[in-house]
Design a protein around this ligand. Structure first.
Ligand SMILES: C[S@@+](CC[C@H](N)C(=O)[O-])C[C@H]1O[C@@H](n2cnc3c(N)ncnc32)[C@H](O)[C@@H]1O
Ligand SMILES: [Zn+2]
Length: 325
């Protein structure tokens, strides 16, 4: 008998089925198997092939360290201060369970662990095994004994191996501009965070008022990712309490929102008073074929004469024509 894992199947059609844990990996009731990375208990759900990009090459973490040093020197910000400020925006409480997507070599892990005040769980995921395993090597031992449990998976942030509402909060910094489907990446964070839980996402992207400045043009010339706009239209339609701001001299956007899969509380059936009448629903779904404009004008006139809204008059006339009044 295998133990139950907290990870879920990512295969289409498996509806995030629970996974059993064996010696060499995780297996779902339909037989999908996700092996552990050699010598670890890190399940691999998805991973970039070796050398596919800068994050999946040998020494990816060292390469990334250099890139980060450049960012913090350029924007005259210390890494610790920035990461503390970003993590503070999540509003973590002792005992929470938090997801970090595109965790890379785990630079945010110490701050997330600290914010959990001695109790909780952090799940870090990345699609590049080289980055993720560097994160395991750098942080797992150092953070052992913190009272916070760390879990790592090689997986795709746009197809997360977790059940709906599994997390209290989710966090991402620095990689979402390059996700193949940004909306899916955000939708997945929204799916796995419980209703009302906080989601914080940041990446390169100039504030709009910097785009057409010399500094803006120089930054975009230096790295095209600075031309990325904050992906506000990629948020789920159900997102609540959305905030957009910028960090690092207004050159990185930060989006915050509360997860929800509940439709917004909008009553589309409130009748309009006045000439036109109807409701949001009737005006949108009740549109009909074009009619002779002269006939339309006479109908409007007649509605006015009878003191009825246009919609009320039309509905009564149409019902009468069907013998349903
Ligand atoms: C610039 S690094 C940032 C790492 C870390 N968040 C940090 O702040 O130092 C971007 C990371 O996003 C990861 N990434 C890109 N696409 C991803 C995807 N679809 N799923 C998970 N991770 C992804 C890359 O592999 C890389 O490790
Ligand atoms: Zn499965």
């Amino acid at each position: 008998m295998s133990n139950q894992s907290s990870y879920r199947c990512t295969e289409p059609g498996c509806a995030h089925a629970p996974l059993g844990q064996g010696a060499d990996g995780l297996t779902c009731p339909n037989g999908h198997h996700f092996s552990f990375a050699p010598g670890t208990e890190v399940p691999v759900f998805a991973s970039e092939s070796e050398g596919a990009n800068e994050y999946s090459q040998e020494n990816a973490a060292e390469f990334h360290d250099n890139a980060l040093r450049w960012v913090f020197a350029t924007f005259q910000t210390d890494e610790q201060g920035l990461r503390e400020r970003l993590v503070a925006r999540i509003g973590l409480k002792r005992g929470d369970r938090v997801l970090v997507t595109g965790a890379g070599a785990g630079n945010d892990l110490p701050y997330l662990v600290h914010a959990l005040s001695g109790k909780g769980e952090v799940y870090a995921q990345d699609i590049a095994k080289e980055m993720l395993l560097a994160g395991v090597a750098r942080h797992q031992k150092e953070l052992a004994g913190s009272g916070v449990t760390l879990h790592f998976s090689a997986s795709d942030a746009t197809n997360l191996p977790f059940a709906d509402g599994f997390f209290d909060a989710a966090y991402h910094f620095g990689g979402i501009n390059l996700f193949p489907d940004i909306a899916k990446g955000i939708a997945e964070m929204n799916r796995v965070v419980k209703t009302g839980g906080k989601i914080v996402i940041g990446d390169e992207g100039l504030a709009p008022w910097l785009v057409d400045t010399e500094l803006g043009r120089m930054l975009v010339n230096n790295n095209a990712l600075y031309a990325c706009a904050a992906p506000m239209s990629a948020l789920p339609a159900t997102a609540r309490a959305v905030k957009l701001s910028w960090e690092l001299s207004n050159c990185f956007y930060v989006i915050e929102f509360q997860a929800s899969t509940e439709p917004l509380p909008v009553n589309i059936d409130v009748p309009h008073l006045g000439k036109r009448g109807g409701t949001i629903r009737s005006r949108y779904f009740g549109r009909m074929e074009g009619v002779d404009p002269a006939l339309r004008d006479s109908i409007y006139k007649e509605a006015e004469r009878r003191g009825m809204s246009r919609v009320a008059f039309l509905e009564s006339a149409l019902r009468a024509s069907l013998g349903k009044d």
